[in-house]
Design a binder for this molecule. Structure first.
Ligand SMILES: Cc1cc2nc3c(=O)[nH]c(=O)nc-3n(C[C@H](O)[C@H](O)[C@H](O)COP(=O)(O)OP(=O)(O)OC[C@H]3O[C@@H](n4cnc5c(N)ncnc54)[C@H](O)[C@@H]3O)c2cc1C
Length: 469
């Protein structure tokens, strides 16, 4: 197909790219190019010594009926529905999530300070409306919404670990769906020990009963019959004038519409003819990287908590989860597993083996591991990019960049294509919507029908451990 006119060319075989391809089947011919040796992107799973690990935790939260229906159709019998058991570890106690609605158990003076400041913030007649606050910094948003006590005990230290930036420079645009805002009654009740469960966007989640989260991209991939899929095909150049993409080795791919899920700053480097100022601004978009350490332990009962947040600086990680607590099939009999997340803007100058040692020490210090525990599986991956940073620069750059690309029939979608804090569901939904928009707009060139040309290695699950990049 190289050098021939195409209908829709899709760059990236993560959930956004796969969903686009799936929804274009039978409507417009499509070709999908993926850099790695198999599909799935961030939703690949890895088998290490009998343990199945995802990239940190990948739990499915469904809000949209259309995506739920798709997933039920693709994988009708392969999901467990799990009631969330998530916690915050602070002052040597476990609090139910979310912190702000479950203060009971903290030292008395901490509860008093958090509660007093929350009531003051809540009653402050000068407090701007939440939507106005969300336009400002995360620091100011957290203090105004929760008072300086909850901000100082959880919101600020936890988010400093996650975003690796001064929180006065991070905007609060991303908080609306991800940070629960309990009522005064809920906060007071939680401080008195009344349970506030089920708050937030993820009180229950779905997870595959076996095979890791990769069963989801694999199900989408298996449903493709007309789309041509090419793995090990990194894209190295995009020419909007010629409507041509070049992959490593010099192969060229034509398109009438281009859907890309590549990270925006990478895309901006590859697109010919992008104004220099816009290219420069795109290079200033920032994201954190996450060191993901997955561990298999030869003890069955390490924890029944699904995941735990660690706001305190004495622990190097910001979050630890346990796949074995929500999926027994992900570990050999008699074993448990943990995933650990540490964020940095860059790991280049970091002593990563030293950091992994520190992680293990901290897991003992917080009581999750015992000194006698034997680690029988270990996987260390750097996720880059991991969390895109919301700041003024992002706000001023991304809409203009996306608009320029769209004018050239380049549709940039997905977590990093939109440069946003998106979920798996968001990626699938964006693929759906993009395909619907492109279905209405048939190609302007000859569009020969595709044929099924998936490389078999694109569909293996789960593969041996290999680093993400
Ligand atoms: C640490 C972490 C934890 C998460 N946990 C959850 C969770 O619990 N629940 C949830 O719903 N969401 C979670 N997410 C978000 C979720 O993973 C993403 O929203 C979703 O997988 C994004 O899919 P995508 O297709 O947009 O991007 P990706 O999965 O990144 O896919 C992009 C694809 O493009 C390919 N590519 C890149 N460059 C090139 C190139 N030059 N040429 C060709 N191909 C290229 C990549 O190899 C990749 O396969 C998490 C994300 C992270 C980082």
């Amino acid at each position: 197909m190289s050098g021939t006119d195409q209908g829709v060319l899709i760059l990236g075989g993560g959930l956004a790219g796969l969903s686009t391809a799936y929804h274009l089947e039978g409507v417009r011919p499509a070709v999908l190019l993926e850099r790695e040796d198999r599909l799935g992107g961030l939703t690949r799973s890895f088998r290490v010594n009998g343990f199945i690990f995802d990239i940190t935790g990948h739990l499915l939260h469904l809000r949209r009926p259309t995506v739920r229906a798709l997933i039920d159709r693709l994988l009708p019998d392969e999901w467990a529905s799990v009631e969330r058991r998530s916690f915050i570890y602070s002052h040597d106690v476990y609090l139910d999530y979310p912190f702000q609605a479950n203060l009971h158990g903290l030292p008395g003076e901490v509860v008093r300070d958090c509660l007093t400041a929350f009531v003051e913030a809540h009653a402050d007649p000068a407090r701007p409306a939440p939507e106005v606050l969300a336009q400002g910094s995360f620091h100011d948003w957290a203090e105004a919404m929760f008072g300086h006590g909850i901000a100082a005990e959880f919101m600020l230290p936890y988010n400093r670990k996650l975003w690796c930036r001064d929180l006065r420079d991070v905007t609060a645009e991303w908080v609306s769906w991800s940070v629960p805002r309990p009522s005064l009654e809920e906060v007071v009740g939680g401080a008195l020990g009344l349970k506030n469960k089920g708050l937030g966007y993820n009180p229950t989640f779905r997870y595959p009963t076996g095979g890791g989260i990769e069963v989801l991209p694999l199900a989408l991939a298996r449903a493709l019959s007309a789309t041509q899929v090419h793995c090990r095909t990194p894209v190295v150049g995009i020419d909007p004038e010629k409507r041509q993409v070049t992959s490593a080795g010099g192969q060229q791919w034509n398109w009438d519409d281009l859907v890309t899920t590549l990270p925006l700053p990478v895309l901006a480097r590859l697109v010919k003819g992008l104004p220099d100022t816009l290219r420069q601004r795109a290079s200033g978009l920032q994201a954190t990287r996450v060191l993901n350490v997955n561990l298999g332990i030869d003890r069955p009962d390490v924890t029944d908590r699904h995941w735990i947040y660690y706001p305190e600086d004495r622990f190097v990680f910001y979050r630890v989860g346990s796949p074995s607590s929500f999926c027994k099939a992900s570990v050999p009999a008699g074993c448990s597993s943990l995933y650990v997340e540490v964020a940095r803007l860059d790991f280049a100058r970091e002593d990563v083996p030293g950091l992994v040692r520190r992680i293990k020490e901290d897991l003992v210090a917080c009581g999750l591991l015992r000194p006698s525990d034997r680690i029988v599986a270990e996987q260390v991956m750097e996720v880059n990019p991991a969390y895109v940073i919301y700041d003024e620069h992002r706000r001023n750059t991304v809409p203009e960049l996306l608009a320029w690309l769209a004018r050239h029939r380049i549709h940039s979608i997905g977590r990093y294509g939109r440069w946003e804090y998106g979920s798996m569901e968001d990626a699938i939904h964006q693929g759906m919507e993009t395909a619907a928009a492109l279905s209405a707009r048939k190609g302007t060139r000859s569009t020969p029908a595709g044929h099924n040309n998936q490389e078999s290695t694109c569909l293996t699950n789960p593969a041996s451990a290999s680093p993400t990049s």
